[in-house]
Design a protein around this ligand. Structure first.
Ligand SMILES: Nc1ncnc2c1ncn2[C@@H]1O[C@H](COP(=O)(O)OP(=O)(O)OP(=O)(O)O)[C@@H](O)[C@H]1O
Length: 316
């Protein structure tokens, strides 16, 4: 062995490992955008199966969509998911789980961005003003965030209340472009949440129930025609006016079913455990009994899903 080259090799190796561990160490404390970091699909699956109640379709589609996208080294467009359903059925909740599985700090991550349309664009009548000024702002906000981290996650809540003109501002980012002004958006993920189609999803679930069929037997194909009428052709829901659908820019439509009495009970139990208290079945029943259910005669589905469970539990 030649002493000089051995020395160089050791130096290089230690510099390399030193650098690697420094990066690792750094990322442990500060947050790093690790674009290539694979998704732990089994962890996500387990979390969804344990924590998300009564949403077998959403669980299945979300898993499939995310694993497929994250395993693809060279996606042709960003991933766009559109979550639909009645209030309190878990759309925000699932977005939070997805965020945590993509970026360690979840909703608090610098690479996860939640946009609430009624908060950011509150007054419909001023939309023209907003449109001009805020569309630019919205675009540069998205551009800035994706430049900082290609695998950024954007969650747009209350999408049905967002004006189509504003959605137009997002549209170019969702398309099949290699780059826009030097920035590639293909590794980003966009999640849209809305109540649009919720009533029709409920109607399908109710038809199954009335026919004595199991909820878990509802398949995506049972809901697709329903969603296509209620959402794709509904000129009143902003998203659909904007051409996102015509241009096939939404990759997955994900239905959230209305929650039943038993699911509300599961939410109460989960909330009690999260608060570190023992599960008291008497309290579980009385919280669930306080919720209101529809339709009037059968009383099967909770009006607000699991939404008010947390605050109701405070009174027990
Ligand atoms: N399917 C579910 N499984 C477990 N917990 C749920 C489920 N749905 C709702 N929850 C609980 O209820 C809370 C409120 O639900 P969430 O905010 O996700 O509803 P949403 O569908 O986004 O409603 P909205 O359309 O009104 O915004 C969640 O934080 C979660 O604790």
């Amino acid at each position: 062995f030649e002493p000089i080259s051995v020395g160089i090799a050791i130096g290089a190796a230690s510099a390399l490992t030193g650098y690697l561990s420094y990066t690792d160490l750094y990322c442990r404390f500060a947050e790093c955008c690790r674009e290539e970091q694979p998704l732990n699909a089994s962890a996500l699956k387990q979390e969804l199966e344990e924590k998300l109640f009564g949403q077998h379709l959403a669980t299945e589609v979300i898993l499939k969509a995310l694993t497929g996208f994250k395993n693809n080294k060279n996606p042709k467009k960003p991933l766009t998911l559109s979550l639909h359903g009645w209030a309190g059925t878990g759309k925000n909740f699932v977005s939070q789980i997805v965020a945590e599985n993509l970026h360690r700090k979840g909703l608090k991550s610098n690479f996860v961005h939640l946009f609430v349309s009624t908060l950011h664009f509150p007054h419909e009548q001023q939309i023209k003003l907003y449109q001009a000024r805020n569309s630019d702002q919205l675009q540069s906000w998205i551009r800035g965030n994706v430049s900082a981290c290609a695998s950024s996650l954007f969650i747009f809540d209350e999408m049905d209340k967002l004006h189509p003109g504003v959605i137009d501002a997002i549209k170019p980012f969702l398309d099949y472009y290699e780059q826009i002004d030097g920035v590639s958006y293909r590794k980003a993920i966009f999640i849209f949440l809305s109540n649009a189609g919720g009533d029709l999803i409920t109607k399908t679930a109710l038809d199954f129930w009335r026919a004595g069929r199991k909820r878990e037997d509802i398949q995506l194909k049972d809901l697709e025609p329903v969603l296509s009428v209620g959402v794709f052709n509904n000129k009143h829901s902003g998203l659909w006016h904007s051409g996102l659908i015509d241009r096939n820019l939404i990759d997955y439509f994900i239905p959230f079913l209305p929650l039943e009495y038993r699911h509300v009970k599961m939410c109460v139990r989960a909330e009690m455990k999260a608060r570190g208290s023992a599960v008291d079945e008497d309290i579980v029943t009385s919280v669930a009994d306080e919720m209101t259910f529809f339709p009037k005669d059968e009383k099967i589905y909770s009006d607000k899903g699991c939404k008010t469970v947390q605050s109701r539990l405070d009174f027990h």
